[in-house]
Design a protein around this ligand. Structure first.
Ligand code: ATR
Length: 274
Protein backbone atom coordinates (compact mmCIF):
# COMPACT_ATOMS: atom_id res chain seq x y z
CA UNK A 1 0.00 0.00 0.00
CA UNK A 2 1.28 3.46 -0.88
CA UNK A 3 1.58 5.67 2.21
CA UNK A 4 0.42 9.22 1.54
CA UNK A 5 1.53 12.39 3.33
CA UNK A 6 1.19 16.12 2.62
CA UNK A 7 2.12 19.63 3.64
CA UNK A 8 -0.62 22.22 3.74
CA UNK A 9 -0.50 25.99 4.09
CA UNK A 10 -1.50 29.16 2.24
CA UNK A 11 0.50 29.87 0.18
CA UNK A 12 2.46 26.62 -0.05
CA UNK A 13 4.43 26.72 -3.29
CA UNK A 14 7.61 27.96 -1.54
CA UNK A 15 7.74 24.98 0.83
CA UNK A 16 10.92 22.92 0.80
CA UNK A 17 9.20 20.01 2.53
CA UNK A 18 8.17 18.11 -0.65
CA UNK A 19 11.79 18.10 -1.86
CA UNK A 20 13.05 17.08 1.56
CA UNK A 21 10.64 14.18 2.04
CA UNK A 22 10.91 13.25 -1.64
CA UNK A 23 14.67 12.91 -1.22
CA UNK A 24 14.18 10.46 1.66
CA UNK A 25 11.44 8.47 -0.14
CA UNK A 26 13.85 7.99 -3.07
CA UNK A 27 16.86 7.27 -0.93
CA UNK A 28 15.14 4.56 1.11
CA UNK A 29 13.03 3.17 -1.78
CA UNK A 30 9.79 3.68 0.16
CA UNK A 31 6.41 3.30 -1.52
CA UNK A 32 5.08 6.70 -0.48
CA UNK A 33 4.05 10.14 -1.67
CA UNK A 34 4.38 13.61 -0.13
CA UNK A 35 2.48 16.42 -1.80
CA UNK A 36 1.94 20.14 -1.21
CA UNK A 37 -1.74 21.06 -0.90
CA UNK A 38 -2.77 24.72 -0.82
CA UNK A 39 -5.70 25.24 1.56
CA UNK A 40 -7.20 28.59 2.50
CA UNK A 41 -7.94 29.33 6.15
CA UNK A 42 -11.70 29.03 5.71
CA UNK A 43 -11.37 25.51 4.24
CA UNK A 44 -8.89 24.11 6.74
CA UNK A 45 -11.42 22.44 9.07
CA UNK A 46 -13.01 20.57 6.18
CA UNK A 47 -9.58 19.59 4.86
CA UNK A 48 -8.59 18.16 8.24
CA UNK A 49 -11.76 16.15 8.67
CA UNK A 50 -11.42 14.61 5.18
CA UNK A 51 -7.84 13.40 5.55
CA UNK A 52 -8.58 9.87 6.72
CA UNK A 53 -11.14 9.28 3.97
CA UNK A 54 -8.59 10.43 1.41
CA UNK A 55 -6.14 7.83 2.69
CA UNK A 56 -3.53 10.13 4.21
CA UNK A 57 -1.26 8.77 6.93
CA UNK A 58 -0.64 12.34 8.06
CA UNK A 59 1.29 15.41 7.11
CA UNK A 60 2.74 18.80 7.93
CA UNK A 61 0.80 21.94 8.75
CA UNK A 62 2.30 25.35 8.12
CA UNK A 63 1.34 29.02 8.10
CA UNK A 64 -1.47 30.06 8.61
CA UNK A 65 -2.94 26.80 9.97
CA UNK A 66 -0.64 25.84 12.86
CA UNK A 67 -2.64 27.52 15.61
CA UNK A 68 -5.99 26.41 14.13
CA UNK A 69 -4.79 22.80 14.12
CA UNK A 70 -3.77 23.22 17.76
CA UNK A 71 -7.29 24.40 18.59
CA UNK A 72 -9.02 21.63 16.59
CA UNK A 73 -7.01 18.54 17.56
CA UNK A 74 -7.62 16.95 20.97
CA UNK A 75 -4.65 14.58 21.10
CA UNK A 76 -1.57 16.76 21.28
CA UNK A 77 2.00 15.99 22.27
CA UNK A 78 3.53 18.06 25.11
CA UNK A 79 5.47 20.32 22.71
CA UNK A 80 2.39 21.22 20.64
CA UNK A 81 0.41 21.80 23.83
CA UNK A 82 2.94 24.25 25.29
CA UNK A 83 3.98 25.93 22.03
CA UNK A 84 0.34 26.39 21.02
CA UNK A 85 0.91 25.30 17.44
CA UNK A 86 0.83 22.01 15.50
CA UNK A 87 3.20 21.36 12.59
CA UNK A 88 2.86 17.56 12.26
CA UNK A 89 -0.21 15.33 12.31
CA UNK A 90 -0.70 11.57 12.16
CA UNK A 91 -3.29 8.94 13.11
CA UNK A 92 -3.24 6.52 16.01
CA UNK A 93 -6.06 3.93 15.95
CA UNK A 94 -7.96 6.22 13.55
CA UNK A 95 -7.70 9.16 15.93
CA UNK A 96 -5.98 12.29 14.65
CA UNK A 97 -2.96 13.40 16.68
CA UNK A 98 -0.97 16.63 16.53
CA UNK A 99 2.62 17.37 17.44
CA UNK A 100 5.16 20.13 17.17
CA UNK A 101 8.61 19.06 15.96
CA UNK A 102 10.17 22.54 15.67
CA UNK A 103 11.65 22.43 19.17
CA UNK A 104 12.98 18.93 18.49
CA UNK A 105 14.48 20.11 15.17
CA UNK A 106 16.13 23.09 16.80
CA UNK A 107 17.69 20.96 19.56
CA UNK A 108 18.77 18.15 17.22
CA UNK A 109 20.61 20.63 14.96
CA UNK A 110 22.55 21.95 17.96
CA UNK A 111 23.19 18.42 19.21
CA UNK A 112 24.83 17.72 15.82
CA UNK A 113 27.11 20.75 15.65
CA UNK A 114 27.56 22.06 19.21
CA UNK A 115 26.36 19.42 21.69
CA UNK A 116 27.82 21.39 24.59
CA UNK A 117 24.90 23.82 24.18
CA UNK A 118 23.07 21.58 26.66
CA UNK A 119 25.53 22.48 29.42
CA UNK A 120 24.68 26.19 29.26
CA UNK A 121 22.75 28.03 31.96
CA UNK A 122 21.92 31.47 30.55
CA UNK A 123 20.44 32.08 27.11
CA UNK A 124 19.37 35.10 25.11
CA UNK A 125 16.49 34.67 22.64
CA UNK A 126 16.00 37.47 20.13
CA UNK A 127 12.40 37.65 18.92
CA UNK A 128 9.05 36.61 20.35
CA UNK A 129 7.06 35.32 17.35
CA UNK A 130 5.85 31.80 16.54
CA UNK A 131 9.35 30.44 15.99
CA UNK A 132 10.55 31.89 19.29
CA UNK A 133 7.88 29.91 21.17
CA UNK A 134 9.28 26.60 19.92
CA UNK A 135 12.82 27.69 20.69
CA UNK A 136 12.09 28.88 24.21
CA UNK A 137 10.39 25.51 24.77
CA UNK A 138 13.52 23.67 23.56
CA UNK A 139 15.90 25.77 25.68
CA UNK A 140 13.72 25.31 28.76
CA UNK A 141 13.65 21.53 28.14
CA UNK A 142 17.46 21.56 27.92
CA UNK A 143 17.48 22.73 31.54
CA UNK A 144 18.60 26.36 31.24
CA UNK A 145 18.29 28.41 34.43
CA UNK A 146 17.64 31.75 32.79
CA UNK A 147 16.19 32.55 29.36
CA UNK A 148 16.22 36.25 28.49
CA UNK A 149 13.78 37.19 25.75
CA UNK A 150 14.27 40.45 23.85
CA UNK A 151 11.90 41.64 21.17
CA UNK A 152 11.32 44.80 19.16
CA UNK A 153 7.74 44.81 20.46
CA UNK A 154 8.37 44.41 24.18
CA UNK A 155 4.82 43.31 25.01
CA UNK A 156 5.26 40.15 22.92
CA UNK A 157 8.42 39.31 24.90
CA UNK A 158 6.46 39.77 28.13
CA UNK A 159 3.69 37.48 26.92
CA UNK A 160 6.09 34.77 25.76
CA UNK A 161 8.05 34.89 29.03
CA UNK A 162 4.84 34.68 31.05
CA UNK A 163 3.64 31.68 29.00
CA UNK A 164 6.85 29.71 29.57
CA UNK A 165 7.34 30.19 33.28
CA UNK A 166 9.77 31.51 35.82
CA UNK A 167 12.99 30.63 34.00
CA UNK A 168 12.06 33.21 31.36
CA UNK A 169 12.34 36.95 31.62
CA UNK A 170 11.54 39.64 29.09
CA UNK A 171 14.20 42.28 28.50
CA UNK A 172 14.20 45.45 26.45
CA UNK A 173 16.21 45.51 23.23
CA UNK A 174 18.06 48.50 24.65
CA UNK A 175 19.09 46.45 27.71
CA UNK A 176 20.64 43.58 25.73
CA UNK A 177 24.05 45.27 25.48
CA UNK A 178 24.37 45.37 29.26
CA UNK A 179 23.24 41.76 29.75
CA UNK A 180 25.64 39.81 27.55
CA UNK A 181 28.79 39.10 29.55
CA UNK A 182 27.42 35.94 31.22
CA UNK A 183 25.61 34.37 28.25
CA UNK A 184 26.25 30.74 27.26
CA UNK A 185 23.91 30.74 24.29
CA UNK A 186 22.43 33.29 21.86
CA UNK A 187 19.75 32.57 19.27
CA UNK A 188 18.17 34.83 16.69
CA UNK A 189 14.57 33.88 15.89
CA UNK A 190 13.68 37.13 14.09
CA UNK A 191 13.77 37.61 10.35
CA UNK A 192 16.62 40.12 10.69
CA UNK A 193 19.45 39.02 8.38
CA UNK A 194 17.20 37.06 6.04
CA UNK A 195 18.00 37.63 2.35
CA UNK A 196 19.83 40.86 2.99
CA UNK A 197 17.29 42.27 5.48
CA UNK A 198 19.15 45.21 6.96
CA UNK A 199 17.49 45.24 10.37
CA UNK A 200 19.87 45.56 13.26
CA UNK A 201 20.16 43.15 16.18
CA UNK A 202 21.26 44.58 19.53
CA UNK A 203 23.93 41.94 20.22
CA UNK A 204 27.56 43.04 20.36
CA UNK A 205 29.44 39.80 19.78
CA UNK A 206 32.64 41.41 21.08
CA UNK A 207 31.04 41.56 24.52
CA UNK A 208 30.14 37.84 24.58
CA UNK A 209 32.29 35.32 26.48
CA UNK A 210 34.64 33.23 24.29
CA UNK A 211 32.58 30.11 25.07
CA UNK A 212 29.18 31.46 23.94
CA UNK A 213 27.43 29.42 21.25
CA UNK A 214 25.56 31.53 18.68
CA UNK A 215 22.85 30.22 16.37
CA UNK A 216 20.32 31.69 13.95
CA UNK A 217 17.15 30.11 12.62
CA UNK A 218 17.49 32.13 9.40
CA UNK A 219 19.25 29.96 6.79
CA UNK A 220 19.07 32.22 3.73
CA UNK A 221 21.93 33.12 3.76
CA UNK A 222 23.49 30.26 5.71
CA UNK A 223 25.95 32.66 7.31
CA UNK A 224 23.78 35.54 8.54
CA UNK A 225 25.39 38.83 9.65
CA UNK A 226 25.04 37.69 13.28
CA UNK A 227 26.82 34.39 12.58
CA UNK A 228 29.48 36.14 10.49
CA UNK A 229 30.27 38.52 13.36
CA UNK A 230 30.37 35.60 15.82
CA UNK A 231 32.61 33.59 13.47
CA UNK A 232 34.97 36.56 13.19
CA UNK A 233 35.35 36.59 16.94
CA UNK A 234 36.04 32.84 16.85
CA UNK A 235 32.84 31.82 18.63
CA UNK A 236 31.16 28.48 18.03
CA UNK A 237 28.24 29.02 15.61
CA UNK A 238 25.49 26.80 14.19
CA UNK A 239 23.49 27.75 11.10
CA UNK A 240 19.73 27.31 10.84
CA UNK A 241 19.38 24.82 8.00
CA UNK A 242 19.62 21.76 10.24
CA UNK A 243 16.51 22.83 12.17
CA UNK A 244 14.46 22.58 8.96
CA UNK A 245 15.94 19.17 8.17
CA UNK A 246 15.61 17.66 11.65
CA UNK A 247 12.06 18.88 12.27
CA UNK A 248 10.99 16.66 9.35
CA UNK A 249 12.34 13.43 10.86
CA UNK A 250 9.59 12.53 13.37
CA UNK A 251 6.80 13.05 10.81
CA UNK A 252 8.50 10.94 8.15
CA UNK A 253 8.95 8.15 10.68
CA UNK A 254 5.30 8.25 11.73
CA UNK A 255 3.85 8.24 8.19
CA UNK A 256 6.30 5.94 6.42
CA UNK A 257 7.54 3.74 9.27
CA UNK A 258 11.23 4.46 8.83
CA UNK A 259 13.42 6.93 10.70
CA UNK A 260 15.43 8.89 8.10
CA UNK A 261 18.94 10.32 8.52
CA UNK A 262 19.89 13.98 8.33
CA UNK A 263 23.30 14.12 6.68
CA UNK A 264 25.50 16.18 4.41
CA UNK A 265 23.92 14.87 1.22
CA UNK A 266 20.45 15.97 2.38
CA UNK A 267 21.83 19.38 3.35
CA UNK A 268 23.34 19.81 -0.10
CA UNK A 269 20.16 18.64 -1.81
CA UNK A 270 18.06 21.20 0.06
CA UNK A 271 20.67 23.95 -0.39
CA UNK A 272 20.61 23.31 -4.14
CA UNK A 273 16.89 24.12 -4.38
CA UNK A 274 16.09 27.56 -5.72
P1 ATR B 1 7.77 33.70 13.12
O1 ATR B 1 6.58 32.83 13.30
O2 ATR B 1 8.64 33.32 11.96
O3 ATR B 1 8.55 33.86 14.39
P2 ATR B 1 6.48 36.29 13.46
O4 ATR B 1 5.51 35.74 14.45
O5 ATR B 1 6.00 37.24 12.43
O6 ATR B 1 7.18 35.13 12.65
O7 ATR B 1 7.71 36.95 14.26
C1 ATR B 1 8.75 37.61 13.64
C2 ATR B 1 9.75 38.07 14.70
O8 ATR B 1 10.79 38.84 14.07
C3 ATR B 1 9.14 38.97 15.76
O9 ATR B 1 9.83 38.78 16.98
C4 ATR B 1 9.43 40.36 15.17
O10 ATR B 1 9.41 41.40 16.11
P3 ATR B 1 8.01 42.15 16.48
O11 ATR B 1 7.28 41.22 17.40
O12 ATR B 1 8.42 43.42 17.12
O13 ATR B 1 7.30 42.35 15.16
C5 ATR B 1 10.83 40.14 14.65
N1 ATR B 1 11.25 41.11 13.63
C6 ATR B 1 10.89 41.16 12.34
N2 ATR B 1 11.52 42.16 11.69
C7 ATR B 1 12.32 42.79 12.61
C8 ATR B 1 13.22 43.89 12.59
N3 ATR B 1 13.46 44.59 11.46
N4 ATR B 1 13.87 44.22 13.73
C9 ATR B 1 13.66 43.51 14.87
N5 ATR B 1 12.81 42.46 14.97
C10 ATR B 1 12.15 42.09 13.87
Amino acid sequence: MTHKAFVTGWPISHSKSPALHGFWLDRYGIDGTYEAIAVEAENFAEFLSGLKAHGFAGGNITIPHKETAHAMIQNLDPAATDIGAVNTIWFEAHVICGGNTDAYGFAANLDDFAPQWREGKRALVLGAGGAARAIVYAIREAGYEEIRIANRTYERAEKLAADFGDKCQPIKMSDVAGLQSDLDFVVNTTSVGMNGDEGKLPVDVQALPATTIVTDIVYTPLETPLLAAANNKGLRTVDGLGMLLHQAVPGFEKWFGFRPEVDRQLREHVLGLS
